[in-house]
Design a protein around this ligand. Structure first.
Ligand code: SAM
Ligand code: SF4
Length: 321
């Protein structure tokens, strides 16, 4: 069992398999980074799997693959199958922008993937284009259809932005309702990599938009999830992730691993430790010791807004959000 320095049980590992992306979302990666991590610095699937096996043996029960865009990493279905074959009952999920799903959804399901979170910020082609800086909507919507056809459980993530897609909050909720998909609204999190002119919406502003159309009831947090659930008067459930509050930190159960082998104890915390050397030399004992050290140092609550007023330098596309 993995327990952190504040007594929290850690059961959830998020693995970012690449920082590269085929979108340039304004809130995440508006421009191609100055340089990508060279491919030779990425851990191979076999190397990542060595760590994942050890982490599962120590108590990880849920794994989410993310990125950058995880479907850009060649043979991702092979990696999914390695994990699924090792622990068939593992809760294995993926977060994707959906663009490559039309060609991959069935392969992912057959490899053992159970759940997908798909980012959908707009139902208007020009606004989706403006946010992702690419004409994406048609393929993303087709990708959602293909994922549902393949029998994957799907959730939608939307990041509402003032003056850009804030008039579509109810539309996205209704799209989810029509497709029997749960929608989760994520507060925009300021970071140094995003377009600095963006203005996000606070959780209460998102809820106010929904209240213009529906009566809503607060249900509460689902286990250790950062998402707070609400119910519409017609029985539809949706979630709100509002990290500007710290209230989900006390039950946080997650750690993150990047494609380069950095173990990150908290998304909103600049420190990390590398397991790359330990893994490359097959020293699993050493990797487990590093994991234990990272857990000891896991902060009590997120440090998004740092003491000096600076926002986090952590890039979402490196850590996988
Ligand atoms: N490329 C995939 C995608 O977009 O779903 C996976 C990686 S992306 C970094 C994971 C999630 O982080 C997405 O749902 C995205 O909307 C969210 N995200 C990225 N930047 C964000 C920001 N500044 N604030 C809030 N959420 C953000
Ligand atoms: Fe790419 Fe996802 Fe970041 Fe958009 S949010 S740029 S799709 S990693």
């Amino acid at each position: 069992m993995l327990i952190d320095g504040h007594g929290r049980s850690v059961t959830y590992l998020r693995v970012s398999v690449t920082e590269r992306c085929n979108f340039r979302c304004q809130y995440c990666m508006p421009e191609k980074p100055f340089s990508w991590v060279p491919k030779e610095n990425l851990l191979s699937f076999e190397e990542l799997f060595l760590f994942i096996k050890a982490a599962i043996d120590e108590g990880i029960t849920k794994i989410r693959l993310t990125g950058g865009e995880p479907l850009l990493r060649e043979d991702l279905d092979r990696f999914i199958k390695m994990i699924s074959d090792y622990k068939p009952d593992i809760d294995l999920a993926l977060t994707t922008n959906g663009f490559l799903l039309p060609d991959t959804a069935m392969k992912l399901k057959e490899a053992g993937l159970k759940r997908l979170n798909i980012s959908l910020d707009s139902l208007k082609p020009d606004i989706a284009h403006k946010i992702a800086q690419k004409d994406v909507l048609g393929r993303v919507l087709l990708g959602i259809d293909k994922a549902l056809e393949a029998g994957l459980k799907v959730k939608i993530n939307m990041v509402p932005l003032k003056g850009i897609n804030d008039d579509e909050i109810v539309d996205i909720l209704e799209y989810g309702k029509a497709h029997n998909i749960k929608v989760r609204f994520i507060e925009y999190m300021e970071n140094r990599h995003a377009d600095q002119t963006l203005r996000g919406m606070h959780g209460r502003e998102i809820l106010d938009k929904i209240k213009e159309r529906y009566t809503i009831k607060a249900l509460g947090r689902e286990g250790s999830s950062p998402s707070f659930n609400y119910l519409l008067d017609d029985g539809t459930e949706f979630g709100l992730i509002d990290p500007h509050k710290h209230d989900f930190c006390e039950s946080c159960n997650r750690i993150r691993l990047t494609a380069e082998g950095f173990l990150i104890p908290c998304l909103y915390f600049d420190e990390a430790m590398s397991i790359a050397d330990a893994i490359k030399t097959r020293d699993i004992q050493k990797a487990s010791e590093i994991l234990a050290a990272v857990l000891r140092d896991k902060p009590k609550e997120n440090r998004w807004q740092q003491e000096d007023g600076e926002v986090s330098s952590r890039a979402f596309y490196e850590t996988g959000g």
